[in-house]
Ligand binder design. Structure first.
Ligand code: PGA
Length: 239
């Protein structure tokens, strides 16, 4: 399983350090073999992680340059960052990233061997139009993305489920993940209102290889509980 905590614009540097201490000790103490990743804000990247990967929520696809307000490869390299979230719905819908800009980021960071967590997901109006519209929409978010890239992880995150407390039914998650599985062998994460109460059940679904968690992962102890649920599933499935 792969479990990711996306902090968004939450937590200070000090809070992130305290959080990492809790999660890292938990991972060590429980001999966790799952992949655990944390995406803190840029200000809290400076952390020599031992057993938890640190990634960025965004970066500009250049080595360096005149891009006010952005950070680029040079700054990531200084912190040893090799993982990035691309195409998150908040960046698409709030920050106005187009499929073209998302694709440019994908290409740049794939060429540099980054682990890319590439996010797709539909707004509610699309889901209400039915299965064909839904899959066509997801397909438009995969345009220009090399779904055979070896360090690709895809996160299915319906826009209407992010930060709302709403989640698709298990059948809806399975249907989407099996449609994605037909297109790629990349690990498939589910994201959108994952919390302690539903994480175990979601991770047990077919073709779900992990979760991308926002608000519920802000609590280190809740995130550790979800990590424990994943470890429990490994035991029951014999992985
Ligand atoms: P949420 O966010 O868990 O708060 O719904 C998930 C995400 O945006 O990755």
């Amino acid at each position: 399983m792969i479990l990711c905590a996306n902090f968004k614009a939450n937590k200070t540097r000090q809070e992130t350090q305290a959080y990492m201490a809790v999660v890292e000790s938990f991972v060590t103490a429980n001999d966790i073999s799952d992949t655990i990743m944390v995406f803190p804000p840029f200000t809290a990247l400076e952390h020599l992680s031992r057993n938890v990967l640190i990634g960025v929520q965004n970066a500009y696809p250049v080595q360096n340059g005149a891009y006010t307000g952005e950070i680029a490869l040079e700054q990531l390299e200084e912190f040893g960052i090799k993982s990035i979230l691309i195409g998150h719905s908040e960046r698409r819908h709030i920050l106005g990233e187009t499929q073209e800009s998302v694709t440019a980021k994908f290409r740049f960071f794939a060429e540099r061997g980054f682990v890319i967590i590439y996010c797709v997901g539909e707004p509610i109006a699309i889901r209400e139009q039915g299965d064909d519209a839904l899959m066509n929409y997801i397909d438009t978010q995969l345009v220009g993305i090399d779904t055979a890239y070896p360090d690709l992880i895809i996160a299915y995150e319906p826009v209407w489920a992010i930060g709302t407390g709403l989640t698709p039914t298990n059948d809806q998650i399975v249907a989407m993940h099996s449609a994605l599985r037909a297109k790629t062998s990349a690990p498939l994460l589910y994201g959108g209102s994952v919390k302690v109460e539903n994480a175990g059940e979601i991770m047990a679904l077919e073709n779900v290889d992990g979760v991308l968690v926002g608000s519920a992962a802000l609590s280190a102890s809740d995130f550790c509980t979800m990590v424990a649920q994943a470890a429990e599933l490994n035991i029951t499935t014999g992985e």
